[in-house]
Design a protein around this ligand. Structure first.
Ligand code: NAP
Length: 255
């Protein structure tokens, strides 16, 4: 029997889960991407791209493709798709499991100012000109056009469109993971005195937090959005084990 599994992705963990499940040999895995990046990394399994049209559209998809298990492995700040996933799973009567990557914890030497959202991060930079590194999605950085007195370094996977209407901005196109040594060099080279970040958790983008700590730089940390309470685990390993437990042993196919 082949298990139809839909993974909502856009993260490295989603790719890892997809690879692990595909390796079982008894799962037909589809990975879903929103279509935000122009050249997404190879996912290793069949991919569908684009929104479903809200929770109702996702519920229809689950029914149409006889999905047996829905996995929410989206980014911790992708709150809308996670809410839609929980609602669609209920509507379609399909079980859902989520990967909930733990956030970074403030540690000694960290100078974090936690804010509710990106608009609050803009205000928190203050009136006096600063050198800010924006480690945010390219959809979110336009909010900083409200504070043109600062010098900005913006890093994103694809170019910011439309380009930022700011007098002092340098854009860096790069895809993580980012090493701490490189982040230290970047912060020093641009004389950064504020890093604006999400609390994404994980190791791939933690280097800038370590670098900011080492240099005594303030991190304006945008708080995580609330996510629906569905069965979840913090690691890929545990999630794959949970799925394996649910699906049972791989059937002997006589090979
Ligand atoms: P979002 O605000 O929660 O979702 C907005 C809409 O985009 C959803 O309502 C859905 O459209 C569509 N969508 C989102 N994720 C999708 C997926 N995996 N497959 C199909 N449709 C999806 O999400 P977001 O913050 O824009 O993030 C979009 C994608 O980028 C996600 O896959 C996420 O894992 C990834 N990502 C996000 C961040 C971040 O900081 N937010 C960082 C890294 C990666 P419909 O309602 O039409 O279905």
């Amino acid at each position: 029997m082949t298990h139809q599994i839909l993974i909502l992705g856009g993260t490295a963990e989603a790719r890892q889960i997809a690879t692990a499940l595909a390796g079982r040999g008894d799962c037909a895995v589809t990975l879903s991407l929103a279509g935000r990046t122009q050249n997404p990394a190879g996912q290793g399994v069949p991919v569908r791209i684009g929104g479903f049209g809200g929770a109702g559209g996702l519920a229809d998809y689950l029914r149409q493709y006889d999905v047996e298990l829905l996995i929410d492995a989206t980014h911790p700040y992708a709150a809308r798709i996670s809410a839609n996933a929980a609602e669609a799973a209920t509507r379609a009567g399909v079980p859902i499991l989520a990967l909930r990557r733990p956030g970074w914890q403030r540690t000694e030497g960290d100078r974090w100012t936690e804010v509710a959202d990106v608009d609050a991060a803009v205000t928190t930079l203050g009136a006096a000109p600063r050198h800010a590194f924006l480690a945010l999605g390219r959809q979110e950085v336009h909010a900083f056009e409200a504070a043109p007195q600062h010098r900005y370094v913006v890093r994103s996977v694809d170019p910011v469109e439309p380009p930022l209407a700011l007098p002092y901005v340098e854009t860096i196109l790069a895809r993580g993971p980012f090493e701490t040594a490189d982040e230290l060099a970047l912060l020093e080279r641009h004389r950064i005195d504020a890093v604006v970040s999400k609390n994404s958790g994980g190791s791939a983008t933690y280097g800038k937090i370590v670098a900011a700590r080492a240099l005594g730089i303030e991190v304006v940390m945008v708080r995580r959005p609330p996510l629906p309470g569905v069965p979840s685990t913090p690691t890929v390993h545990e999630l794959v084990a949970m799925i394996a437990h649910r699906l049972g042993p791989v059937a002997d196919r006589g090979v």
